[in-house]
Design a protein around this ligand. Structure first.
Ligand SMILES: Cc1cc2nc3c(=O)[nH]c(=O)nc-3n(C[C@H](O)[C@H](O)[C@H](O)COP(=O)(O)OP(=O)(O)OC[C@H]3O[C@@H](n4cnc5c(N)ncnc54)[C@H](O)[C@@H]3O)c2cc1C
Ligand code: SF4
Ligand code: SF4
Length: 421
């Protein structure tokens, strides 16, 4: 790549931190026009939160649709290098000339892995499965999920030094397990840095009145995504956590933590749409089922209005305008009782459901883990720097489509930093 005016070569690496859909998009857009890009991802796989969704709008296709095409593009592009299980420890210098220290945690499994699954078969230690929000357990030798990229197993740190780890190693016919693998730090130079570390679900336990963690059949919207997914903890059956009973009557509680000065003061943008989408999961799985959405306002911007109208036309889906005051459990039946004042009729409602889904919002990852360098934040911890650039949900709450659009724009910004330096 050469500077158009001077003909001098334009070089330098673009470092993208976060391998979700936003980071992947920025990386690909820059790499496909000739720039060198490093992607750094803390998980053992790329794809971010989208990989955890059952289906995603607007087309309601499974996440494999979009992600696999992108993984293929990454594999085929020699300009992209990606590091999983890796985080940034330190950034110094400035735009055009950053010094960055990265730390890669051990996977204990090398490139020889064929995903044969033998190590998981012999592994006798199980731990809560974080990919499914702890709704099931997984082996300590594991593939994070079926479509994980890279397709390579991981050994959980907790078994290292224990006989199970040796058993896993002995079972591997491909010499793929390295129990001496260690964390290592290394330094790179980057001309431009894009922070794309996304979001975390807001901690539902913080809303005492909504009883998450106290009432078993109250779950979050991300748990609902996993529950509905065929590769999820119930193989796609939408059943109650308390007794595995089929869910016939479900409620969604909107703005669970969002638009609330005591929690997240902003609108999380996506959770009205997520609940509307999730009513279709249950209505398609069980034609007799009923769903009620308790909302303050329903926000379905732009083309999503059409989707809202489609769900609204379903007579088994009801909408009640009112802020949920209380959620309790019938200790005998494990049903969930929701108390809310219907602001349109003025009536106080006390209604019983099989299960309740809290439409919890998106908190930027930088609320809990700041950029280890010079970055600016807004009052809600979203990254708004002009030097270290940001994109996707760590910049503002967004859906996949707008994440992709801003990520493309951010690729241009990152390239401009290289060209101008
Ligand atoms: C219940 C629910 C349903 C949704 N359904 C849809 C839908 O149907 N359609 C739609 O368009 N959108 C949907 N969304 C929104 C969608 O999930 C986001 O738009 C998308 O995840 C944004 O991608 P991202 O790359 O910005 O962030 P993320 O997906 O969060 O990716 C960020 C990545 O950065 C990594 N990371 C974090 N911190 C670090 C660090 N310090 N160092 C290195 N890596 C790090 C993470 O591990 C992750 O891989 C839904 C959201 C919710 C809550
Ligand atoms: S680490 Fe070895 S045993 Fe485990 S899945 Fe990979 S190749 Fe198979
Ligand atoms: S998208 Fe809907 S549920 Fe989410 S915060 Fe905004 S109004 Fe509330």
């Amino acid at each position: 790549m050469a500077d158009e005016k001077t003909g001098a070569p334009v070089s330098g690496t673009i470092l993208v931190v976060g391998g979700g859909i936003s980071g992947i998009t920025t990386a690909l857009e820059a790499a496909e026009v000739g720039y060198e890009v490093f992607i750094v991802e803390k998980n053992p796989y790329l794809g971010g939160r989208v990989a955890q969704l059952n289906k995603y709008f607007p087309k309601l296709c499974p996440p494999t649709c979009g992600l696999e095409i992108n993984f293929q593009r990454i594999k085929n592009n020699k300009n992209i290098k990606w590091f999983t299980l890796t985080e940034v420890e330190k950034i110094s210098g400035g735009a055009g000339n950053y010094d960055v220290t990265l730390k890669t945690n051990p996977r204990y499994v090398n490139n020889n892995c064929t995903c044969c699954g033998k190590c998981a078969e012999v592994c006798d230690v199980e731990i809560p499965n974080e990919f499914n929000f702890g709704m099931d357990r997984r082996k300590a030798a594991y593939l994070p999920h079926e479509m994980a990229f890279p397709q390579r197993y991981v050994l959980d740190q907790s078994i290292i030094g224990k006989p199970t780890a040796q058993k896993c190693k002995d079972s591997c016919a491909y010499n793929a397990i390295d129990l001496d693998d260690k964390a290592r730090t290394f330094d790179i130079k980057a001309a431009s840095i894009v922070w794309a570390t996304g979001w975390n679900p807001y901690d539902a336990k913080k809303m005492d009145n909504l009883s998450f963690g106290k009432v078993q059949n109250v779950i979050t919207n991300m748990m609902m995504e996993r529950l509905a997914a065929v590769n999820g903890p119930t193989k796609g059956k939408i059943v109650r956590p308390s007794d595995g009973k089929q869910v016939n009557n479900i409620a969604f509680v909107q703005c669970a933590g969002s638009r609330d000065d005591n929690h997240l003061p902003f609108c999380s943008y996506i959770c009205c749409l997520a609940s509307l989408k999730q009513t279709t999961y249950i209505r398609e799985a069980n034609p007799k089922s009923k769903a009620t959405i308790f909302y303050i306002d329903l926000r379905t911007p732009g083309r999503y209005e059409k989707f809202y109208k489609k769900v609204k036309a379903d007579t088994n889906v009801s909408f009640v305008k009112g802020k949920v005051a209380k959620i309790e459990e019938d200790t005998e039946t494990k049903d969930v009782i929701v108390t809310v004042e219907d602001t349109l009729s003025g009536k106080k409602i006390h209604e019983r459901f099989d299960m309740v889904v809290l439409a919890t919002g998106m908190e930027p990852s930088t609320a809990t883990s700041k950029v280890p360098g010079n970055a600016k934040y807004d009052e809600n911890n979203f990254v708004i720097s002009d030097e270290i650039l940001s994109t996707g949900c760590v910049k503002k709450p967004s859906d996949v489509m707008s994440s992709g659009q801003t990520a493309t724009g951010t690729a241009l910004k990152a390239i401009q930093t290289l060209v101008r330096r």
